[in-house]
Design a protein around this ligand. Structure first.
Ligand SMILES: NC(=O)c1ccc[n+]([C@@H]2O[C@H](COP(=O)([O-])OP(=O)(O)OC[C@H]3O[C@@H](n4cnc5c(N)ncnc54)[C@H](O)[C@@H]3O)[C@@H](O)[C@H]2O)c1
Length: 249
């Protein structure tokens, strides 16, 4: 079923992991996808995958924390096919630290990418989305709902994304714009595989908290994002959907 036929979607973080899976899934559902990421080469690979599976995509390199680049990217996306129906904010960075050792510079960079990036894309996209009754899906995290040891910087940023999304939802809902978020947990992507843990930390307890066994590829998030982007979610606004297999805690 193609639920996004005729729609135009902008996906950030489309060069890897969840963002790439979202771009591919939205294209499979019929959307033309405008893909952005900091890394030009992986981004091109995403677009090639969309094109080779019969979809339509454009790529643009953009640092989501750079106001001028975000403004230009949203304008280019809206101009490309004359409309913008959906924004998926998937770009993000993760780091783990002992809280008492967090450097201000590290805190600042995570906030710049995860919070400013989400804010800037939402701010620039909203006027376009309002014209067509469009919608936004932001990426929060399970760490925005419960404490995540060593995740002080990251969970602070994702808590802000959750609150920002709910605010947009109630501020613009009556004008026809929906905003929701997803909260993935431990999805198998370069981010979760490559993260460096601080000295002396054993993170294996996290696996023991999982209620569902089995693989958790980025596609499990992409399917939920596609649903939220579609009219199947016409009455879902200000909601956050945890995609973490449930926990035993
Ligand atoms: N993987 C998980 O378990 C998990 C859990 C919770 C939340 N998330 C969130 O899901 C989103 C996607 O994460 P992922 O696991 O696919 O990670 P990933 O590292 O595979 O992909 C993140 C993408 O964001 C891009 N990016 C980073 N900084 C950027 C910047 N300044 N400007 C533009 N692009 C930038 C990267 O180049 C990369 O392509 C993130 O927001 C992440 O915080 C992931």
């Amino acid at each position: 079923m193609k639920r996004l036929e005729g729609k135009v979607a902008l996906v950030t973080g489309a060069g890897s992991g969840i963002g790439r899976a979202v771009a591919l899934r939205l294209a499979q559902e019929g959307a033309r996808v405008f893909c952005v990421d900091l890394q030009a080469e992986p981004l091109e690979q995403t677009c090639e995958s969309v094109l080779s599976s019969g979809g339509i995509a454009l790529a643009r390199r953009c640092d989501v924390s750079n106001e001028a680049e975000v403004r230009a990217s949203v304008a280019a996306a809206a101009a490309a096919w004359g409309r913008l129906d959906h924004l998926s904010n998937m770009a993000g960075i993760l780091r783990f630290d002992h809280f008492h050792e967090i450097a201000l510079e590290d805190f600042r960079r995570v906030i710049e990418v995860n919070v400013y990036g989400t804010f800037l894309f939402c701010r620039e996209a909203i006027p376009h989305l309002l014209k067509v009754g469009g919608n936004i899906v932001n990426t929060a995290s399970t760490s925005s709902h419960a404490g995540l040891p060593w995740g002080g910087v990251y969970s602070s940023s994702k808590g802000a994304v959750l609150a920002m999304t709910r605010t947009i939802a109630v501020e613009y809902g009556r004008l026809g714009l929906r905003a929701n978020s997803v909260s993935p947990g431990d999805i198998a992507t370069p981010m979760s595989k490559g993260v460096k843990m601080p000295e002396g930390v054993d993170f294996s307890w996290m696996d023991r908290c999982k209620a569902l066994a089995g693989p958790r590829p980025p596609e499990v998030v992409a399917g939920v994002v596609a649903m939220l982007a579609s009219d199947d979610a016409a009455h879902i606004n200000g909601e956050d959907i945890r995609i973490d297999g449930g926990t035993l805690s």
